[in-house]
Design a protein around this ligand. Structure first.
Ligand code: KG4
Ligand code: ZN
Length: 338
């Protein structure tokens, strides 16, 4: 008998994702984003996100199945993000996943969204070494995690942001700079024409007495806003501001991630989440990992941002580890701890 096919469903924020994984191999996936509908509000509106999931759920599952060349009856297990995330958004995915699992009479697995981001890399680069250090950088998270066996061992949470996530910092500063939402890709594009040394933005929590694994980005947002104010009236050199901000964020993220690897004698760093798509974060991570003798793994950009394939990847690990499925009563957990 061939290995089970796992359908993964993701709906914790503004992306509806479905993915199919068998034996660690990605068979097909599809994502629908409601990002454009949130753009004029400058951030994700939970009610709009939930409605968009209702709209996109079935078509996205259908597209993932078509891409994989599979039919509904080929699904052997369903995995779904139960948290953390926006409650209304999570509920749509979990309700849909339960309906499918019940109708197909297959087991259901609840998946932690961050475990999904970590597992995304296995779809591009194979099983994760035990242990590995993971830097998750997205619009909602900036965390350093020590990961052993994803299906069996608890993830050790080394540190987090004390305020804004790195992606949130990009999104907020982009607004101040008059760049479109989402700000991260817009800052990345604008920075190509800029000089990162034109402004020296602070490097928060990198002092001798600071928590080595904690992050803080709200001060950077304020520093960028002050810098913009000082140009009041005159044209804002946005490219320079974007390049300097990106440099500050990339510097802090990669410095702390590499230090965490060295402190814990871990030789592999995995960088995941939407901000892992940032060109300067990727380049500086490569440079610093090479210098420190650390292997760097970053999944392709389409698997860095929220998607269903990463949830299927965790489901596949759970199935193969013989984990207990979730009951059909399983609830969402919007603020799920690791
Ligand atoms: O992982 P993700 O898709 O969703 C969350 O779970 O948050 O990450 C979205 C975040 C947004 O803040 C977006 O601005 C940021 O990732 N982002 C980037 C880039 N692409 C996406 N930030 C910097 N540079 C990029 N190229
Ligand atoms: Zn995410």
């Amino acid at each position: 008998m061939s290995s089970p096919v796992v359908l993964g469903i993701e709906s914790s924020c503004d992306e509806t994702g479905a993915g199919l994984v068998r034996d660690g191999v990605l068979l097909g996936h599809a994502v629908a984003s409601s990002m454009d509908e949130h753009a004029r509000f400058g951030g994700v509106v939970p009610e709009i996100a939930a409605r968009a999931h209702v709209h996109s759920f079935a078509p996205v599952v259908h597209r993932a199945l078509s891409e994989a060349g599979l039919r509904m009856a080929d699904i052997d297990a369903v995995a779904v993000t139960t948290g953390p995330g926006l409650s209304g958004a999570l509920q749509v995915g979990v309700a849909g996943a339960k309906g499918l699992a019940y109708a197909l009479d297959v087991p259901l697995y609840g998946v932690h969204h961050l475990a999904g981001h970590v597992a995304a890399d296995t779809l591009d680069h194979g099983p994760l070494p035990d242990p590995c250090m993971v830097l998750i950088v997205s619009g909602g998270h900036t965390s350093l995690l020590l990961v052993r066996d994803l299906a069996r061992d608890p993830i050790v949470h080394l540190g987090d942001t004390l305020d804004d996530a790195a992606g949130e910092c990009f999104d907020k500063v982009a607004r101040v700079f008059g760049l479109p939402y989402p700000g991260g890709p817009a800052i990345d594009r604008a920075a190509r024409e800029g000089d990162p040394r034109a402004v020296r933005f602070p490097r928060p929590l990198t002092g001798p007495g600071d928590d080595p694994y904690a992050f803080s980005f709200s001060g950077l947002k304020t520093a960028a806003a002050r810098w913009a104010e000082r140009h009041g009236g005159g044209p804002l050199p946005v490219a320079d501001g974007a390049a300097a901000l990106q440099e500050a964020v990339a510097d802090v993220l990669t410095r702390k991630a590499v230090a965490a690897c060295l402190d814990h004698h871990v030789s592999t760093l995995v960088v995941v989440g939407g901000v892992a798509a940032n060109s300067r974060v990727r380049a500086l991570a490569e440079e610093r990992c090479r210098a420190a003798g650390i292997t760097l793994r970053v999944p392709r950009p389409g698997l860095c941002t929220d998607n269903g394939a990463m949830i299927a990847a965790v489901g596949d690990l759970l199935v193969r580890a013989g984990a207990e499925p979730a009951p059909l009563e399983v609830s969402i957990d919007p603020s799920a701890p690791l």
